[in-house]
Each structure stands twice: as C-alpha cells, then as structure tokens.
Design a protein. Structure first.
Length: 445
C-alpha cells in the first residue's frame, strides 16, 4: 500500500470516528481524563507533604537516644513525625532496619557484622570509647584478673571492646572475666556486684558515664594506643576526653586523656522514603539540633563511610544546593515546555474535533465529471476511427475542449480538497492522452 493510499484509509477512519457522536464523546473523555491525571500528578508534587518514620537510638540511657528525642522534637516542626522505639543494642537495631521493621537507627561504626537492605544516611559525630575503672584499678595495664563489662552481646560495644582488649594483650574469660550487662541493667546493679571495669561508647559528655562516676566513683582511664589501633582498623581514630569532663572534685579525669574515637552513623532501611530522609537531614544539621545537643553536628563528615551504600535520601540532600541552571535543569525545562505545547495543541485539536464542525467539502465529483467527459470524447473519436471517416472539424473541436479541460484542472489544483488524492493525477493523464490522440488523428484527416 502506497503512502497516499494509507493516508486515504486513515482519513476515512477518522471521518467515520468523527461522524459518530458517542465515539467522539468516549475518546474525548479518555483524553481529558489522561490530561487531568498528568496535571494532578504535577500539582501533587508541589503540595507540602508530611512524613512518619520510625527511629531508634538504642536503649534509653545513652546519648543516641537523647539525640533521637531532640530530632523528634525539631522534626515535628517540619512536618516529620518520628516514632522512637528503644532497642537493646546496635546489632538488634540494624537487624530490624534490615528487615524493614525500623526506618532509621543511630548506630556506632566499627562493626564487623553487616546487614542487607541497610543504607548509609549520615556520619553524624565521633563517639569516644570510655574505659571506666574502680579506684583500685590503675588503668588499661591493670585489667588482668578483673571483671570487665563489655555490654550486651546484642550490642556493638562488645565487638569494639573485644578488639581493644585483645589489642592490649588480654583474652576474654582467660585474662579477665567478661560480663554482659546492658546499660539499664548495669545501672540497676547493687554496689557489690558492679564490675571492676566498664567499656562503653558515647558522645561527650555521656550521661550514663556521669552517673557511674558520681554514684559508683568510677574513674575514666586512658586508652593509650588509638593511633596504633587505627593502623589496623580503619574505623578507629584519635580521641580525647578533656580533664574535669565528669567531675570537678575530685577531677574526672584528672587531665586530658587519649582514647579511641568511633563514628556514630545514621542508617536507614532501603525501603524508607528518600524524600523523608532528605528532609530529616535538613533538620539534623540545623543549628537548633546542635544547640540542644550542645555539640556541633557538621555535615562535612556526612559521607564518611560506614560500610553501607549511600541512601537515595542522602544523595538528594547533598544535591539540594546545586545550581538551578545546570544542563539537566535546562533539559527538564525544555521537556516541560515541549509537554506544555503538546498539551496545548492537543487541547485545541480535541476541542475542534469534539465540536465536529461543518464537514469539509471534497471536489472528487468534479474530477469524476471530467473523467466522464473525457471518456465520451474518447468513444466518439474511436467511433470515427472505426468508420474510417475522420471529421477534421469535430476532431479540432474535441482537441480544443480537451486543452481547456487540462488548463482548468491545473488552475483548480491549489484549491482542490480530495478524498482520493490519486484522482487528480489520473484525470490529468487521461486528458493529456486524449488530447494527443485527437491531435494525431486531426493531422491524418
């Protein structure tokens, strides 16, 4: 099928569709519905949204839980509802984030155990390892034969604690007795059952450490090898606890002491809404959160690795200040402009089509009349030729008439509206052929 014939078939189909009122209404309804749907989606994206997320900072006596409470309060002002769920230990929290039972969790770094479906949202602040010892214990070198609490076995503190004690030359339950009281259970122990030493990890000042110092008279001992530990473990860094941080009389610690720093990370389930996470990060790094935490929370370290892939919400947050006039933005504007123009054109065509105005006038019948006249002349010429009596005058008249028909066809061509676009070519060809035959026979007569 030629291109012209295809166009003719298509035009007949469209004419038939337009001639039926109910078909016009049905197609128009579908098109209008599609346009309204796309417009509604665009408007929905502009409407301010609210979010609800679940988060944990671990058990209720550590600083991560306190940070989660501050974040909950500040996020409420920005349309984000944070539901805090205390969990007993970092590993338990990460397990629930991995399973999609929690959206977010503040966790410590340096863990050998990793979980699927967990994303890195932010590296928040460094936390410091606190080695608490009873007054009779002389520090890190005096732990042999002592009881050391490394926290719950579901907590990441134990992993760090075992790494530190092994690096210092101690083997658990051989050189020292390991106990595994969680933070709440530890604070509930009677004095006579308190361990000789406690390893815990927290931002400074740690409220749990402060209770242990003031109520049970623990000292904060130095961990003297952070740089050497960092050579073997990428998560370790230099840390320092300032003198007098936890008590003034007697001072605890007596002077600035070295310790190991471990980053605190904010992690998220891979199923969590990226838009909600990006908005929550704006709250986390707001001045009000730093002021209430009494510690600077700086997004300069936000991308320091945690061992998990970056959350799409983190990527959105990092790109929030990108220039509007990027190549990508320009391409989006061009696409949007093209979409608007397409919708406008579609709307105009749709309105005109639905109105089903006056039917177009076609001129096919005029050309059909020309073909009939040419056929009559051809029959007359053939009859003369068959009889053997050629009439020069009649042939001249026919030739002149055919010349006039050809001129009229060419003059009418710009204004013709044809259902069958091939009829014009056929008409001109027939007139030309008949004119040539009449001229030839006229010369012979």
């Amino acid at each position: 099928m030629s291109s012209a014939e295809s166009q003719a078939v298509l035009r007949r189909i469209l004419d038939w569709l337009q001639s039926n009122r109910w078909i016009r209404i049905g197609i128009g309804t579908l098109l209008v519905g599609a346009m309204l749907y796309l417009a509604g989606r665009s408007i929905y994206g502009l409407v301010p949204r609210t979010y609800t997320l679940t988060i944990t900072g671990g058990d209720i006596v550590n600083n991560r839980h306190y940070l989660a409470k501050i974040l909950q309060s500040e996020a409420q002002k920005k349309g984000i509802t944070l539901i805090i769920r205390p969990e007993r230990g970092t590993l338990q929290a990460l397990e629930k984030v991995s399973a999609g039972q929690l959206d977010l969790a503040f966790v410590q770094g340096g863990l050998a155990t990793t979980f699927a479906n967990v994303d890195h949202v932010a590296t928040v602040v460094p936390e410091l390892v606190h080695l608490l010892v009873k007054p009779e214990v002389k520090g890190m070198a005096d732990l042999r034969g002592r009881t050391i609490n490394l926290g719950s076995k579901a907590d990441g503190v134990r992993e760090i604690g075992l790494t530190l004690t092994r690096f210092a030359g101690y083997k658990e339950n051989v050189d020292f007795i390991e106990t595994n009281h969680g933070a709440e259970a530890l604070l509930a122990l009677p004095e006579e059952k308190m361990p000789d030493a406690i390893l815990t990890i927290s931002s400074v000042p740690s409220y749990m450490v402060e209770i242990l110092v003031k109520k049970h008279h623990y000292q904060v001992a130095e961990i003297p090898f952070p740089e050497s530990l960092a050579l073997r473990h990428g998560w370790a860094a230099n840390g320092q606890i300032l003198g007098y941080t936890y008590d003034l009389n007697p001072p605890v610690p007596e002077k600035n002491i070295l310790t190991v720093a471990v980053n605190m990370h904010l992690t998220a389930s891979s199923k969590a809404d990226p838009a909600a996470i990006a908005k929550l990060l704006e709250v986390l790094y707001s001045p009000s959160v730093s002021a209430r935490m009494r510690q600077k929370i700086d997004d300069k370290i936000i991308t320091e690795p945690s061992g998990y892939p970056f959350s799409p919400g983190l990527t959105a947050y990092l790109r929030r200040n990108d220039s509007m006039f990027t190549l990508e933005t320009w391409n989006k504007l061009q696409s949007m402009f093209g979409l608007i123009m397409s919708f406008s054109g579609m709307g105009i065509v749709l309105v005109k089509w639905l109105r089903a105005g006056p039917k177009p006038v076609f001129h096919d019948k005029e050309l059909q009349a020309v073909l009939r006249e040419v056929a009559a002349i051809e029959r007359a010429i053939s009859a003369m030729e068959a009889s053997g009596s050629l009439d020069p005058q009649k042939l001249g008249t026919d030739r002149d008439r055919l010349g006039i028909l050809r001129a009229e066809l060419l003059e009418r061509y710009p204004d013709l509206n044809l259902k069958d676009p091939m009829i014009f070519d056929r008409s001109v060809s027939c007139v030309a052929a008949a004119h040539a035959r009449a001229s030839e026979l006229g010369r012979r007569a």
